[in-house]
Design a protein around this ligand. Structure first.
Ligand code: ZN
Length: 262
């Protein structure tokens, strides 16, 4: 089966699902959102897709077949709403779509839905956490490495952990590694450092990027970004995704074992 899910024909998918190996569907979750004057609106989609593809080799080593679904490119993104290009949808709309996707996957016999998310808007993360719980309740295991949780955040870069992590060094590096052609380097060269912590501002009640101290929709240090850092970060994120999937599939196999013996 091809790793890009939608490039397959339906008989190919049917054959893979009928095979011995568990088939995991990875859903890259992003947004269509302003990311500074230098990065594309698709930044989070690009990062999540890179993470998903980077995880494939590790999953294959664990005997898991994984495919990358068409990404979720619309999400709650109200903080960036004032910037041209941002398209924000309600958490209810995003949840409904996620649950319907999960129902289809479950009906067809996928072993697990893996959520590869890099859109860290608090409303989006809360929506994903809740949806993951609901989907598990529907009977489809979910692997969701949540990089906003301290344990995983600590595996990422210093800038990410500082909370000044929107279109800064962290995200710019990831886009440079995956799609350097989409980075406006002339615009990036002019950007002053902006160490304002977005996560701190959120917790103090800021409702927009402007209120959080990001009048151009970026935070952090975009000029310090490099493709080398981006490749390393992508590898670390993919490792977390792989670990989460392997754990979920192992649990599922344990649960399934007694039934097979009956
Ligand atoms: Zn982003």
């Amino acid at each position: 089966m091809k790793n890009v899910f939608a490039d397959n024909t339906w008989p190919t998918v049917r054959a893979a699902l009928a095979g011995e190996k568990p088939v995991v569907a990875i859903l890259p979750c992003g947004a269509t959102e302003a990311h500074g004057p230098h990065l594309p609106l698709s930044t989070d989609v690009i990062i999540s897709e890179s993470m998903a593809h980077e995880a494939l080799a590790g999953l294959a080593q664990h005997g898991i077949t994984a495919v990358v679904l068409p990404p979720l490119a619309y999400a709650p993104a109200e903080y960036a709403e004032a910037f041209a290009g941002t398209i924000t949808v309600s958490a209810a709309a995003a949840t409904a779509l996620l649950l319907d996707i999960a129902r289809s996957l479950r009906a067809q016999g996928f072993a697990c839905l893996a959520v590869a998310n890099s859109h860290f808007d608090p409303a989006n993360v809360a929506m994903l956490r809740e949806a993951a719980e609901t989907i598990r309740g529907l009977g489809l295991p979910v692997a969701f490495p949540d990089f906003t949780r301290r344990k995983l955040a600590q595996t990422l870069t210093e800038e990410f952990q500082s909370g000044a992590c929107h279109a800064g060094q962290f995200e710019t590096s990831l886009v440079l590694a995956a799609r350097a052609d989409l980075v406006d380097d002339a615009a990036r060269a002019k950007l002053a450092d902006n160490p304002s912590s977005l996560t701190e501002a959120f917790s103090k009640g800021a409702r927009t990027f402007e209120e959080a101290g990001g009048p151009e929709a970026y935070f952090g240090f975009p000029r310090r970004a490099s493709a080398t850092e981006g490749r390393e970060t992508c590898r670390v994120m993919a490792e977390a995704l792989t670990r989460a999937v392997v754990e979920v599939v192992a649990l599922r196999n344990q649960d399934a074992a007694p039934q097979q013996m009956r």
